[in-house]
Design a protein around this ligand. Structure first.
Ligand code: AMP
Ligand code: ZN
Length: 464
């Protein structure tokens, strides 16, 4: 292909040509999945949409993809510093349901929203609670290799044992150590983190297991190291998540995997940048968060949100606003109607020049906003209509806007409207322009628009 795929790798902080580690096998992709103690918000889905586009672009380049995503259903504490409550137990108290029940409820809801946003499901979806044995074996190896120590509250990873700990985030370890204000308890260094936490004697946890160190539950980071290795091997192609994962979660995944097998898990580390709401990260913990359901309740098609996300590069933060949603709704509606009006001709081929331009954009570190602009040019350009249709259809493999199955909503046309439209058509034929204009205005007051076409007209109900 003329424009080879280049992706931005946050580990090396460079744009690098993408070459699969195994030219014969599928590309191995691991993406950190949802913590299922509550609904996912549209910020989370911005990251999942970026990962979906990445997958589609890999396929566009001829690679098969083996995609593994975890479901965090235990061990993610309310604070990233290994303190606070397990989010699952907290969610259980909030809802009055068991931790196991809410895990199922929010996982099912998550999958439903993926479908709504045309995000393809992973090849392997794996739950932390289904992989406790793998996590215990992983921790045991880390301990055997000399990277773990025991406290009264759990098993901890000793980050001082790795010279390059924190490299992904370019952490200033000395600065962190010097500036630490919080009481570390029995933790030896500010960046040390829990591999296994003990159940407190006085508390009856819903989710707990026996281990060589005592009854308890895994720390949050170990599930990803363990499941990634199980399903993708010691070193695979790409690891993704949101930008918040860079300093703690992904940094610790790398530390664990290095301690066990000596690799940094993945050849490429890619991160989706935040969706902001009122200048702050959209977060479940911060009062206002919007779900896909909230958008639908306001009358938006969920794919409008997908379109909105396509208009911003994944490595820039994006501010959410209803004005931006409205603009995306209008644009998507135009694209759908434009596409719908193009005649289908199964023999028509996509236009090679547009395909090459589109490829150049998406292969430039997923520059989807520019690729979208190429799609608009193709739609408005001067190629034969059937060629335009074939071209856009191919682009939709990456955009995922479901252009092909879309149909305009069929409104029942009232007899009065049909009569006015017919009268206007007759007036136009007779070149009685003043009459035609008056009839058009009358139609408009009834909320209808008449679109003149080469062979007649089409009636459109105005939005709103
Ligand atoms: P969580 O359910 O909190 O484990 O998050 C699921 C995914 O969403 C992770 O990859 C997070 O990094 C990502 N994420 C969380 N908040 C946002 C946000 N406001 N914008 C974009 N991605 C986010
Ligand atoms: Zn993870």
């Amino acid at each position: 292909m003329s424009s080879p795929l280049a992706l931005y790798d946050n580990y090396t902080r460079t744009l690098r040509a993408f070459e699969p580690l195994d030219p014969a096998g599928p590309v191995g992709l691991y993406t950190c999945g949802p913590t299922v103690y509550d609904y996912q918000h549209i910020g989370n889905f911005r990251t999942f949409l970026f990962e979906d586009v990445l997958k589609r672009v890999l396929r566009w380049n001829g690679f098969a993809v083996r995609h593994v995503m975890n479901i965090t259903d235990v061990g993610h504490l309310t604070s990233d510093a290994d303190t606070g409550e397990d989010k699952m137990e907290k969610g259980s108290r909030r809802t009055g349901k068991s931790a196991w029940d809410i895990a199922k409820l929010y996982t099912d809801d998550f999958l439903e929203q993926l479908d709504r946003l045309d995000i393809e499901r992973p090849t392997v979806l794996c739950r932390a609670t289904d992989h406790i044995a793998e996590q215990i074996a992983f921790i045991a190896d880390i301990e055997r290799n000399g990277y773990a120590y025991l406290t009264s509250d759990g098993v901890y990873f000793d980050t001082s044992k790795q010279d390059d700990y924190g490299y992904l985030a370019r952490l200033d370890i000395h600065g962190l150590e010097a500036g630490r204000r919080v009481d570390l308890g029995e933790k030896r260094h500010a960046t040390d983190f829990a591999l296994w936490k003990f159940s407190k004697p006085e508390e009856k946890r819903q989710m707990e297991w026996d281990s060589p160190w005592g009854r308890g539950f895994p720390g949050w980071h170990i599930e990803c190291s363990a499941m990634a290795q199980k399903y993708l091997g010691d070193y695979f192609d790409i690891h993704c998540g949101g930008e918040d994962h860079i300093p703690v979660h992904h940094t610790n995944e790398i530390a664990q995997t290095q301690a066990r097998v000596g690799t940094r898990l993945a050849n490429f580390w890619m991160h989706g940048y935040f969706l902001l709401m009122n200048d702050a990260k959209m977060a479940k913990s911060a009062g206002e968060f919007l779900r896909v359901q909230s958008l639908m309740a306001r009358g938006y098609d969920p794919l409008v949100y997908r379109y909105l996300c396509l208009t911003a590069h994944y490595r820039t933060q994006m501010s959410f606003s209803w004005e931006a949603m409205d603009a995306a709704a209008t644009a998507l509606d135009r694209m759908r109607n434009g596409f719908f009006a193009l005649p289908a001709d199964p023999t028509a081929q996509p236009d090679a020049a547009y395909l090459a331009r589109f490829t150049a954009e998406i292969n430039d570190d997923l520059n989807v906003p520019r690729a979208l602009a190429v799609a608009w040019e193709a739609l408005r350009g001067d190629r034969p209509a059937a060629v335009k249709r074939a071209t856009l259809l191919r682009f939709d493999d990456v955009l995922g806007l479901r252009l092909a199955p879309w149909q305009p909503v069929q409104h029942e046309i009232p007899a009065e409207v049909t009569a006015l439209a017919e009268a206007r058509a007759t007036a136009r034929q007779a070149k009685q322009w003043a009459d035609a204009d008056r009839l058009r205005a009358q139609l408009a007051t009834l909320g209808w628009e008449m679109e003149d076409q080469p062979t007649g007209y089409r009636l459109k109900k105005r939005a709103g």
